[in-house]
Design a protein around this ligand. Structure first.
Ligand code: GLA
Length: 733
């Protein structure tokens, strides 16, 4: 890993063992891109890559040398001048001109990586990472831009963020401030996005990139289940095991834009950042603005390797606190068992059975506070309902702990029902436009987290609940998108800040509670997987992946989630059948076999299953405890895609390749058909593995494959709907 500055040619080269990233200062002082790809030797001068020529309908910043930004790869392009592509930023001066001319001034190269104030970001210590800060300055507006790059030693990863600093004495308006723009010289790429909706999150969608714009966005105030802030740009031939792929992950939980633009010369411009259309930031004299981080990773060995880079990077350099790298507790959550209809006795009965089964944590979901008997009321009143819980949260949590379980609690701190004491007292705490009827979602409004006093008010209520109750886990929910994003106490010119300030306020509350209660394991949630993003992982090491707990649908949802997010972060539970969302009855074996590749748990009343099934549950819990470190932190390989096949398969392999767990699932039966072979991945070709009754060489399993039938995979057949099995592979000496 190194960052080199070639003074004479004015070129930067960032590299590690896997990747190189080359930039240069162009003739007019703007920063240009020269190369991003596999690691290359360092070279003094690569200016031969720049294009200087006369072309029709081209504007030239310097016509004497025929330099036009439109014909060259730009690093952080401006708008309104000689580059007709999408700009990365736009700064409006007081005179209304949105034109700027930022030139290279200087740079600093440092060891390690700095934090981004108030924002989530990957972190690394000296030796693990090097950082480069390039300062650009626009003399007319007196604004400086600092482009921040960090290159990791052990991963094919560069992170990026941008700081704007108003050094003048007049205010400017930042109308667009993306975190990353990356120009690539060719358009022969495909774009992969992860789209969906409630209960069908993160489905891979692949498109060919052609002339024009391809984009995804969220304007919902949360990253949303509709589009995930994670995009892969890959070659058409790239598959799981081979080919070039670049992943871009936005470490942010609010409105975003990710966009690729192919111009007439096949220049591909990828950009990612806060959505410009819901953002306008007044920067007063002396103020600065820092964009969230984008993590860009690269792979020459296909999508599988790209995903594993994100998994390992996020587990080691994004997730923080006591749960970092730790096996996650097996929990039982009462939501699908009781909804809001419970009392202490009912809860203790459910928790007791969970303890008997071997679970480690009981989670009390929605309905414990205020007048929360249904979803029309109570949000905002974070005081336990004495009718349901006479001893409060403390009393219940202590009883649950006495059963040998840890206790966890659901909260939805960003919301308020109009029918709540909080709203009656402080109607101005909700986001709404005075005089206009607010749009409700699930009968609730969104609190104005851009205001510190609102965040403080919620904090104080939660603090009072948590301060002396033994709470070990919090599920932090967010069950509607933001609308009427208007803050009651801000000046007109400040309203363009509210969406982003909301996110900063939400992050600040997370940070405060994390600091006050460092032992608590946070799980984020937004009607299931509506805020499943890298930003959240900085605060909450795991996320409830989807409200759809159907074992068959979960194959797709978890498979899709695995492209960009670690298995340890995927909250996955076994729930009752027929499934509440799909009406489907998937056997308990398959429900667990899917869920155990995640932060595992149950979401049903174990008192209501048969004695035989209860024994199965006990065995599942025993199995997960035995293999949990491998299931959650092993190298994950996608083997068979549930979006395109009648079966699905994936596996995890330990870092030393001595152990693996394979999981196979039949979605719909293939009757009267010979089962095919499944080629495994990630094993040591020279080792011999014991798998069930048989022994195989690693290369045999990877190249020949394992036959997908009972003799090789005990308990499994492709000839029956929802047959599934997990098979442990152990290397034998
Ligand atoms: C959301 C969550 C569920 C549950 C309910 C409670 O839908 O995703 O898991 O917590 O809220 O209201």
């Amino acid at each position: 890993m190194n960052i080199i500055w070639h003074e004479r040619s004015k070129q930067f080269h960032l590299y590690n063992d896997f990747i190189s990233y080359v930039m240069h200062v162009q003739p007019d002082g703007r920063l240009g891109q020269l190369y991003y790809g596999a690691k290359i030797h360092d070279k003094e001068d690569m200016t031969y890559l720049a294009n200087y020529r006369m072309m029709p309908l081209t504007a030239y910043a310097d016509i004497d040398v025929l330099y036009s930004a439109d014909l060259n790869l730009q690093e952080y392009p401006d708008g309104g001048r000689d580059d007709f592509g999408t700009p990365a930023f736009r700064i409006f001066d007081e005179d209304g001109s949105g034109i700027s001319g930022f030139c290279y001034v200087n740079h600093t190269i440092t060891e390690g990586k700095k934090e981004l104030p108030g924002l989530p970001a990957t972190y690394a210590s000296v030796g693990e990472c090097m950082s480069l800060e390039i300062e650009l300055f626009d003399a007319l507006s007196n604004v400086a831009i600092r482009l921040l790059y960090s290159v990791f030693r052990d991963y094919p990863v560069i992170t990026r963020s941008v700081t704007f600093e108003n050094r003048g004495d007049k205010k400017v308006v930042l109308d667009r401030a993306l975190s990353l723009s990356l120009d690539l010289p060719a358009a022969d790429y495909e774009w992969m996005q992860f789209s969906g909706a409630w209960a069908r999150e993160r489905r891979p969608v692949t498109k060919k990139l052609k002339s024009g714009i391809t984009a995804i966005e969220s304007r919902r105030g949360h990253s949303s289940p509709h589009q995930n802030p994670f995009v892969i740009i890959k070659r058409p031939e790239t598959g799981e095991e081979s080919g070039e792929a670049m992943g871009f992950s936005f470490v942010y939980s609010g409105n975003f834009l990710a966009q690729a633009q192919v111009n007439a010369n096949d220049r591909l411009r990828f950009a990612m950042g806060i959505h410009p259309e819901t953002f306008s930031w007044q920067l007063a004299a002396g103020e600065s603005f820092v964009t969230p981080e984008v993590v860009m990773a690269r792979s020459d060995k296909g999508l599988g390797a790209l995903s594993r880079t994100f998994h390992d990077l996020y587990n080691a350099h994004l997730v923080r606190g006591q749960w970092k790298g730790k096996e996650r507790p097996i929990l039982l959550n009462n939501w699908e068992a009781t909804f809001m209809d419970f009392d202490e006795e009912a809860i203790l009965k459910i928790a007791g059975k969970a303890a008997e089964a071997g679970a480690e944590l009981f989670v009390l979901d929605d309905g414990w506070f205020g007048a929360r008997d249904d979803d029309r009321r109570g949000l905002g009143d974070w005081i336990a309902n004495p009718k349901k819980l006479p001893g409060g949260i403390k009393g219940l949590a202590e009883k649950v702990e006495a059963m040998g379980l840890k206790f966890g609690l659901w909260i939805e701190p960003e919301m308020v029902n109009p029918d709540s004491d909080l709203y009656r007292k402080h109607p101005d705490y909700a986001l709404a436009v005075p005089g206009r009827k607010p749009s409700l979602g699930r009968w609730q409004m969104v609190l104005d987290y851009s205001r510190k006093e609102v965040v403080d008010a919620i904090h104080d209520m939660l603090y009072a609940v948590l301060k002396d109750a033994p709470v070990s886990y919090i599920k932090w929910d967010m069950n509607r998108s933001i609308t009427e994003c208007f803050s009651n106490e801000k000046k007109p010119e400040e309203q363009g800040k509210v969406y982003h300030q909301y996110i900063l306020g939400m992050y600040s509350l997370y940070e405060r509670l994390r600091e006050e209660f460092p032992k608590i394991l946070f799980e984020s949630c937004s009607s299931g997987g509506g805020r499943f993003d890298a930003g959240m992982l900085y605060y909450a090491p795991q996320a409830w992946c989807s409200d759809n707990t159907d074992g068959q649908d979960r194959l797709q949802i978890q498979y899709g989630s695995s492209y960009g997010y670690p298995i340890s972060s995927i909250g996955a539970h076994v729930s009752a059948i027929p499934n509440q969302q799909t009406g489907r009855s998937v056997p308990i074996e398959m429900r667990a076999n899917v869920a155990m590749f995640g932060a595992f748990g149950y979401e049903l009343d174990l008192n209501h299953i048969s004695a035989e099934e209860f024994e199965t549950v006990k065995e599942q819990i025993r199995f997960v405890k035995e293999h949990r470190a491998l299931l959650q932190y092993g190298d994950f390989y996608r083997l068979r895609d549930p979006f395109y096949h009648d079966q699905a398969a994936w596996m995890v392999v330990s870092k030393d390749k001595k152990q693996a767990v394979l999981a196979v699932f039949t979605i719909t039966a293939n009757v009267n058909r010979i089962a095919d072979r499944l080629q495994l991945s990630g094993l040591d070709p020279d080792r011999i593995y014991q798998a069930g009754e048989s022994r195989y060489y690693g290369d045999e399993l990877m190249h020949v494959g394992i036959a997908m039938r009972e003799e090789c995979i005990p308990g499994y057949t492709t000839e029956q709907d929802h047959s599934s099995a997990v098979l442990v592979l152990e290397s034998v000496e």
